[in-house]
Design a protein. Structure first.
Length: 295
């Protein structure tokens, strides 16, 4: 009697569970398709407009549309912006500023994050809050400019690097501190028992484990610095050529006035180094997630 009473209920539950699972799979497929379509619209349309406009002549590019150019002159436009836009000099200027800034921000930020993550005291909590306050509190540009002028670094690459490191150190600390807290302290304790110094523990144990997190931070910090116009415009004051600053200056001066094909061609060339960095960082992230299976 008991078996006859409960057997239909069990079968009904199994059938309803199967229906729910089928619906969930269908919903997952629909959700994935919608996400892909939205990404194609949000990313594909601007990218297509950028490419086709950069390949048009001036007459066709006055009013940017998504139509194909009657005659592709993408390489010719690239040659024009490299020559007239002085991109080679600006490229090396951006590299001189970006590479040391990103390197120092990642190194100093990861070292500070290790200390902040391992010393869970109230004073260190206050220090951590102050360290990541740069995420929401913008720096005082006038004060920074006056300080750089007093110490003689105004309008120099060294001064610009110091400003970028100070600004984006908060971003690195915010990303890395939480990840370090998930690393077992037993690894560090075993190294201390073997006589390893704190610096050796950091560079041989902690830093290699931060690969995926540092790759993510590299993408963000590089993107901010490489495309920055605001801080470089005020701090460098035209004494050094950078790619985004150079584009802003020549566009404002009227050299590329209504020459949308040249502006878009400049943007494509300026973005190519970023795409390479993003691809390398993404590979590092995937390799870290899969445990080094991706080579």
């Amino acid at each position: 009697m008991t078996s006859a009473t409960y057997t239909p209920d069990t079968a009904t539950q199994a059938q309803s569970s199967t229906i729910v699972n089928k619906r969930s799979k269908t919903g997952t497929i629909v959700h994935a398709v919608l996400v892909v379509l939205v990404m194609l619209v949000l990313l594909g349309v601007p990218f297509w407009l950028l490419i086709v406009t950069a390949g048009k002549s001036q007459a066709e590019a006055i009013r940017p549309t998504m139509s194909l150019p009657s005659h592709w002159q993408l390489l010719q436009n690239f040659s024009t912006v490299i020559t007239d836009g002085k991109m080679v000099k600006a490229f090396f200027g951006s590299v001189i500023v970006t590479v040391p800034s990103v390197f120092l921000a990642l190194l100093l930020g990861s070292m500070a994050s290790w200390v902040l993550a391992r010393r869970a005291t109230k004073p260190m909590t206050v220090v951590y809050a102050l360290s990541i306050s740069g995420l929401v509190l913008p720096p005082a540009v006038v004060t920074v400019m006056m300080l750089l002028k007093i110490i003689g670094l105004s309008g120099t690459a060294l001064g610009m690097i110091g400003v970028y490191v100070g600004i984006y150190l908060s971003t690195v600390i915010f990303f890395v501190t939480g990840f370090i807290r998930t690393i077992p302290t037993s690894l560090e304790e075993a190294a201390r028992m073997d006589g390893a110094s704190p610096m050796r523990i950091f560079f041989t144990i902690i830093l290699p484990l931060l690969g995926p997190t540092l790759a993510t931070a590299t993408i963000l910090v590089t993107l901010y610095i490489w495309n920055d116009v605001f801080y470089s415009l005020f701090i460098l004051s035209g004494k050094m050529d950078l790619l985004p600053l150079n584009l802003y200056n020549i566009a404002s001066a009227g050299l590329y006035l209504n020459n949308w094909h040249l502006i878009f061609a400049y943007i494509i060339l300026m973005s190519l180094p970023l795409l390479i960095i993003f691809a390398l960082a993404q590979r590092k992230i995937i390799s870290g997630i899969t445990g080094g299976a991706v080579k």
